[in-house]
Design a protein around this ligand. Structure first.
Ligand SMILES: Cc1cc2nc3c(=O)[nH]c(=O)nc-3n(C[C@H](O)[C@H](O)[C@H](O)COP(=O)(O)OP(=O)(O)OC[C@H]3O[C@@H](n4cnc5c(N)ncnc54)[C@H](O)[C@@H]3O)c2cc1C
Length: 408
């Protein structure tokens, strides 16, 4: 019997398990279209569009650095944000955020801690009772941060691995993409995303008391408003997108939409800052957890990402492979924006279905030189694992990036 099925479900969201929901490019002028046009009725005429000049990054092989494979922990139906009681233990799940773990992490942590605090066991628990957070990715660290901020003083983060995680490798675009949420879950996910945006905006604007850096506000360009996933944030925390034409100065232009208040979250830097913040406030233990019953805490947060498939027997969890290439020797001033456009679906050489895209964010690896800036992605290959690396996708990705800019 799976761990999931033996417990009493209390409250929260977990699409696809029968859980109850808590209410509470356009075409370019010179090159082929990148994907289907948005076709919004609000699109202004060509004459009304703002034209923005953008210098393409250097994409020849001399400027390509580290190649990275990375695996999104996607849960079909919605991330699991449920709280369950198993004997004397309360287990709060916070996993399965797919390609949006960074986008959602601070809001998701607040949501799950709120939900746990609604149970009798937790509402009556002293603030110094032992709490275990299992998992030290962005979801686990933000959950520990949320607990510390709420005054819990006896928190231990237990994880099999602390470094080289998906959370370190991620791109860093704030946008709720690459998830598989059932429609009734989307409202809660949007609310979580809006809360997370507020957190990152406070870091970017220098008003967060705990983090001086880790997020910046930069324009985020997409083919269409729909592709961005950001429309639910407009009017809540973001300004409406504008229709603009990007001019790459080489005869290629592309019609795009832009959110000038997009947020780039710096995965490597923010992971290090979270760890630094927590270092003196929580305990860290490196080991694999095989059964929550072995843990001495009454309250446990399950932030195990893809690990939940084995630990929880959660068959809705699926690995979504992504390919990334770090850029080097760039002109940093040319990389102060983010772009995401989708290409049509295809098949990898191993026969797996691949959703291809081109994205570029101003990511830097910790300790790298000032000109080693930029990450190019990316693929979305559901079910792919390290056994199917699909390495040919790296070259296809760079070809797609060059096509976007009209570079031969
Ligand atoms: C190519 C790529 C690009 C991405 N870009 C973005 C982006 O631009 N924006 C965005 O919002 N998101 C992005 N993501 C998604 C984001 O990276 C993930 O959603 C997020 O990192 C998931 O965090 P996590 O903490 O759940 O998982 P992880 O980072 O995988 O951490 C899981 C933790 O659980 C531990 N664990 C697992 N099982 C056990 C066990 N049994 N016992 C003990 N410990 C265990 C692991 O050791 C680890 O510490 C991207 C992902 C990929 C692959």
């Amino acid at each position: 019997m799976s761990n999931l099925s033996r417990r009493t479900f209390i409250v929260g969201i977990a699409g696809g398990t029968g859980a109850v929901a808590l209410a509470g490019c356009a075409a370019s002028s010179q090159t082929a279209p990148v994907s289907s046009a948005a076709g919004e009725s609000t699109t202004p005429s060509a004459a009304a569009r703002e034209v923005r000049k953008m210098t393409p990054p250097r994409l020849d092989s001399a400027y390509l650095g580290k190649q990275v494979h990375c695996y999104r922990p996607m849960r079909r139906g919605a991330p699991s944000l449920t709280v369950e009681v198993d004997g004397k233990q309360v287990i709060a799940h916070n996993y399965g955020h797919g390609g949006s773990g960074w986008t959602l992490a601070p809001g998701s942590a607040a949501y799950v801690v709120d939900t746990a605090e609604q149970t009798d066991q937790v509402s009556q628990m002293p603030k110094d009772a032992p709490i275990t957070v299992v998992g030290a990715g962005v979801i686990g660290l933000f959950t520990a941060y949320e607990l510390v901020k709420r005054g819990y003083t006896n928190v231990t983060v237990v994880a099999e691995q602390f470094e080289g995680l998906t959370s370190h490798n991620a791109g860093g675009l704030l946008a709720p993409v690459s998830m598989d949420n059932e429609p009734e879950m989307q409202k809660i996910i949007d609310k979580i995303g809006v809360d997370a945006y507020k957190f990152y905006a406070s870091v970017a604007k220098g008003t967060n008391p705990d983090f001086a850096k880790g997020a910046v506000i930069v324009p985020a360009y997409f083919d269409s408003r729909e592709d961005s996933g950001l429309e639910p944030y407009v009017g809540e925390v973001m300004e409406p997108a504008k229709d603009v034409t990007l001019d790459f100065g080489n005869g290629t232009t592309r019609d795009m939409v832009v959110y000038d208040d997009g947020i780039f979250m710096d995965p490597g830097g923010m992971m290090a800052s979270l760890r630094d913040y927590l270092e003196s406030k929580v305990k860290f233990e490196q080991r694999k957890v095989t059964d929550f019953a072995d843990l001495p805490s009454t309250l446990i947060f399950d932030c195990t990402g893809l690990g939940a498939r084995e630990l929880e027997g959660d068959s809705e969890m699926v690995s979504v492979q992504g390919h990334l290439i770090m850029l080097k020797d760039q002109v940093p001033a040319d990389l102060q924006s983010m772009i995401l456009v989708y290409y049509p679906k295809g098949k990898t050489a191993s026969g797996q279905v691949v959703k291809r895209s081109f994205y570029l964010f101003p990511k830097q690896l910790p300790g790298s030189g000032p000109n080693d800036i930029g990450v190019v992605g990316g693929t979305f290959i559901e079910g792919a694992t390290p056994e199917t690396p699909n390495d040919e996708e790296f070259a296809i990705m760079i070809e797609g990036a060059k096509r976007f800019y009209g570079i031969n």
